[in-house]
Design a protein around this ligand. Structure first.
Ligand SMILES: [Zn+2]
Length: 394
């Protein structure tokens, strides 16, 4: 074993997270002046502690108190959960622990927030895999990155002191604070405004009348679906003002503005439903320059997401063994830490090729042959293909 391998294997001595098993109950609470309100509650099972370790091959694992692995690849199991099956989702948490610490009095579960957080973890891991894949699927990369950037922000409660809110990229506050300067003062008769541009280098010509309509929220000369959308207006102003100092933020603004301006203005992005536009999108205008830019754009979104979600893991120097270790405050952080520690260029999560199986498994990027999560799935799918062949032969 090389030193590098060792670095990725963090047994319970090197990786500490204490969690308790949990259980869910549906309770009816009667509030004054209100109808009975049904709440999903989560409680810790006090006598049953859970121990975790981190392995380079299996990711985050459940172990015995002495460190032998009981239940491997927790992150892979989590992203394989079908989002529409509440029973399976709750069962997963009963077995592996809840995302956040919970108090003995119980915590009410906001199911919408919980599902959204699971979707974000899934999108993060799938985006990592899509960016590692040798044949780039630009539409998939775009969808996953846009979902992480534009998806709605949710908060999940743990104990009364601990709650978790999903990441909101600084891009949002940056473009909100941009103020439109009347373009007439700058170029009285010019038909187009020349803007320095990294994607359409060296510069891009934006129609002055169109910019006036977008930035003023009016439709004098230009009228197309979504032209009054607030995000689009903020984007257009930030793009034209061009005074964001950070090159990374500027790339996000440029990419998103050009994409919406060319392909279509985005209304909402969800993980299951994809990208929804105001009008009919013109996918042909997702051109080579934009496809080239979507990769660094997605890398920025992915790194922002992972950095935010691993920020509360702490290095801890063990006074007894004089050895380094990591302390995770919650299963949620440990799951992102598991994604954080995936070896770039060597491992990805791949979906099982059996259509009736939802599982994702860890595989070497270079291994293009392993398509199924297990022998059962390979056999089932081979039999299925055989049946189809026989039917076609008739
Ligand atoms: Zn399978």
């Amino acid at each position: 074993m090389t030193d590098l391998d060792n670095f990725f294997n963090l047994s319970n001595d090197y990786f500490s997270l204490s969690c308790k098993k949990c259980t869910f109950e549906i309770e009816e609470t009667l509030k004054t002046d209100e109808d009975a309100h049904k709440a999903l509650m989560v409680y810790p099972v006090n006598n049953e502690g859970l121990n975790y370790a981190f392995s380079g091959k299996q990711g985050l694992c459940l172990t015995t108190p002495h460190g032998s692995i009981q239940n491997e690849n927790i992150l892979g199991k989590l992203i394989s959960l079908p989002g529409n099956n509440a029973k399976k989702v709750l069962h997963f948490f009963e077995e592996h622990g809840y995302l956040l610490p919970i108090s003995t009095e119980g915590t009410e579960v906001d199911v919408v927030a919980l599902v959204e957080i699971l979707n974000r973890i899934k999108a993060t891991v799938l985006l990592m895999a899509a960016l590692e894949n040798p044949s780039l699927d630009h539409d998939r990369i775009l969808h996953l990155a846009l979902y992480l950037l534009l998806g709605k922000q949710v908060t999940l409660n743990g104990t009364s002191q601990i709650s978790y809110t999903t990441y909101r990229h600084p891009f949002h506050d940056n473009i909100k604070n941009q103020v439109a300067v009347d373009s007439l003062q700058q170029s009285s008769d010019a038909e187009s405004i020349t803007i320095k541009d990294m994607i359409y280098a060296p510069s891009y010509g934006l129609n002055a009348d169109e910019y006036d309509d977008i930035s003023n929220g009016e439709t004098f000369t230009y009228d197309y679906p979504g032209i009054n959308d607030t995000l689009y207006r903020h984007l257009a102003i930030a793009y034209k003002q061009n005074n964001i100092q950070s090159k990374n933020l500027r790339l996000i603004v440029e990419f998103l503005f050009h994409y919406m301006h060319s392909v279509g203005i985005i209304k909402i992005v969800t993980l299951d439903g994809g990208i929804e536009y105001y009008g009919t999108p013109n996918h042909n205008r997702f051109d080579e320059r934009l496809k080239l830019a979507v990769v660094p754009f997605a890398r920025l979104i992915l790194s922002g997401e992972i950095n935010y979600n691993t920020r509360s893991i702490k290095p801890f120097y063990n006074p007894n063994s004089l050895e380094p270790s990591w302390k995770a405050p919650s299963l949620l952080t440990a799951l992102y830490f598991s994604a954080f520690y995936m070896k770039p260029g060597s491992e990805i999560y791949r979906k099982c090729a059996n259509p009736s199986c939802d599982k994702y498994f860890l595989v070497k990027t270079s291994n293009s042959r392993k398509k199924y999560c297990c022998d059962n799935c390979r056999n089932a799918n081979n039999q299925r293909s055989h049946r189809i062949k026989v039917q076609k032969g008739k």
